[in-house]
Design a protein around this ligand. Structure first.
Ligand code: BG6
Length: 455
């Protein structure tokens, strides 16, 4: 790829996100056909030697499968700076070690990111500077709007990369090919033929030591406000004229603007629950509210479900149910599109295995089509068949993919300011209803399929 960025500066270099996700993604990218040489600078609040940082970078590159010469040389030349990025003078010191155009990646908690952006306002940034920001982007609509206003004073919108790694997942990207490079689906893609859409991201993973972040976010903000609404936008948007950043993100923003909680009733359209003690794959888990660092008084949910409707010509009347939870029995991560039943089934057929369904699996990456055909034994008895295909993995994982966008000056896979604000607007009434306790906080056993009353 063209070398747009000369130096990648990671704020929060000592953190878990940097080690587990960002650096492995960067290593993959460097060694891929899209890699190019750059300088890597880690910045953290705690002291670390250059040597310690390089070892960390090498370890994470190796964990992501990087073995090439380019990743090795970037790791060998990496530098570490101890600094408080909320202080303008310290930011100026960081700028002194930058060569070429810098990209600053904020792998920091939202509160620190907001303070660091305010401090960046006091500093003269090199032309072309790129900013990368992790979710959650703000903590509600107002704080997201305030952060957007602050960011746009620093650099133009196309240089702001609000990162959502779901947009870098290969199946999510495959949605574009499936919908817009085939004639068969787009013709039936709407309320006339589709009964409902379910976007589900159930995990068997539990809190995994992330109380500091998760206990304040909960499943609704952690997964639905960000990832699942964006996936829904790709499923439901109008065909863009091109895949460039303006066209694609314009289509996504347009459909999000038309999205509201189902029938305007946030309490009726949402459910929430929290896991109790249980066992998953032989692993014993304590109840969520007994996990270390959790404040039971916050009443944080670990399973959230919200039904939304898209109020436009194509989708009016079709429920989109978004659901995500932790510590569940089965890892079910998919977009399920249920078609309407046929208007008339010729008399003489027996049985009805249900309407046709298209399932796009997000992990593992698959596409399945459930169809009804004439049964093998008796051709007048309808039978179900399942056509399925597994996708080859993309060359890059999700973080490699989104980092590529950031380093190559291509904002296509970054979340635009208006989309982030729309996502907060959509979930706002649900958050308010939950705060007022108009929706009960149900419980489920860790390792179960969710609360018994939901089934
Ligand atoms: C993250 C959430 O953004 O996405 C996690 O904070 C979640 O809670 C994760 O587990 C899921 O994504 P992936 O790609 O790791 O399955």
């Amino acid at each position: 790829m063209a070398g747009h960025i000369g130096t990648l500066v990671i704020f929060g270099a000592g953190g878990d996100l940097t080690q587990r996700l960002l650096l492995p993604g960067l290593g993959q990218l460097l060694d891929s056909s899209r890699g190019y040489d750059l300088k890597l600078v880690g910045v953290g609040f705690d002291p670390m030697t250059d040597r310690g940082w390089r070892q960390r970078v090498e370890g994470s590159f190796a964990a992501g499968g990087a073995k090439g010469a380019l990743s090795a040389s970037v790791a060998a030349d990496a530098e570490y700076l101890q600094a408080d990025v909320t202080k303008p003078d310290e930011l100026r010191r960081i700028l002194e070690v930058v060569s070429g155009t810098p990209a600053f990646y904020f792998a920091l908690p939202p509160r620190v990111t907001i303070a660091a952006c305010a401090a960046l306002g006091e500093v003269e940034l090199p032309k072309g500077t790129v900013l990368g920001l992790e979710k959650p982007f703000g903590t509600d609509l107002r704080s997201a709007q305030a952060l957007n206003r602050q960011l746009i004073k620093l650099v133009p919108e196309k240089q702001i990369h609000r990162v959502d790694h779901f947009l870098g997942k290969s199946t999510v990207l495959n949605l574009l090919g499936l919908r817009f490079a085939n004639r068969i689906f787009e013709q039936v893609w709407g309320a006339e033929h589709i009964e409902r859409v379910d976007v589900t991201f159930d995990e068997t993973l539990a809190l995994e030591g992330r109380a500091g972040y998760y206990d304040k976010a909960g499943a609704l903000v952690d997964m639905i406000q960000s990832h699942l609404l964006l996936v829904m936008a790709l499923v439901a948007m109008e065909p863009p004229s091109s895949l460039d950043a303006d066209d694609l993100r314009g289509s996504m923003a347009q459909v999000l603007r038309a999205t509201h909680v189902w029938k305007g009733d946030a309490a009726a359209a949402s459910r929430r629950a929290r896991y109790g003690a249980g066992t998953i794959d032989g692993r014993k888990l304590p109840a969520y509210d007994r996990e270390q660092g959790v404040d039971p008084a916050l009443g944080t949910e670990t399973l959230a479900e919200v039904t939304v409707g898209i109020e436009n010509w194509r989708w009016a009347g079709v429920p989109f149910r978004l659901r995500s939870g932790k510590a569940l029995a089965t890892k079910r991560q998919e977009i399920l599109i249920t078609m309407k039943d046929v208007p008339h089934r010729p008399y003489g057929f027996r049985g009805n295995p249900g309407p046709a369904r298209l399932r796009i699996g997000l992990s593992p990456d698959t596409i399945e089509l459930d169809l009804n055909i004439n049964g093998e034994g008796n051709p007048f008895v309808l039978d179900r068949v399942n056509l399925d295909v597994d996708f080859a993995e993309g060359e890059l994982g999700p973080y490699g993919e989104v980092l590529h966008g950031l380093l190559a000056d291509d904002a296509t896979l970054s979340v635009r300011a208006d989309a982030v604000e729309e996502c907060w607007r959509i979930v706002g009434p649900v958050l308010a209803a939950w705060r007022k306790n108009t929706v009960p906080l149900d419980t489920y056993r860790a390792g179960s399929a969710g609360p018994a009353s939901w089934r």
